[in-house]
Design a protein. Structure first.
Length: 101
């Protein structure tokens, strides 16, 4: 096996990795949209046991990865909000940030 074969194999692997990354980035909005619609559908049809059984593993994972904030975290967020509000009232010409909800 020569250096040419090795270089070719490395180039093919590199290109395959780039294609994999590109396809994942391009498909991300589609997958996120489908997941969102599925969650909305499940919210409207909570009485369907088959649907809830299919979604159960995802809901279990969500329960593991999300928790109520601790009192320390709440205290820090309240203090940070107070600081920001205080800074905004000191400088009325400060740039306003528009929040679109």
């Amino acid at each position: 096996m020569g250096d040419g074969d090795r270089d070719l194999r490395l180039r093919v692997l590199r290109e395959a990795g780039l294609v994999l990354i590109a396809t994942r980035i391009l498909l991300l909005p589609l997958i996120a949209g489908l997941a969102y619609e599925l969650i909305r559908f499940a919210g409207k049809h909570q009485d369907k046991k088959i649907l809830m059984a299919l979604l159960a593993p995802g809901l279990w994972l969500q329960r593991l990865t999300t928790r109520e904030p601790s009192l320390d975290q709440i205290e820090v967020s309240i203090r940070a909000l107070k600081e920001v509000l205080q800074l905004e009232t000191k400088d009325p010409l400060a740039r306003k940030i528009e929040v679109m909800a």
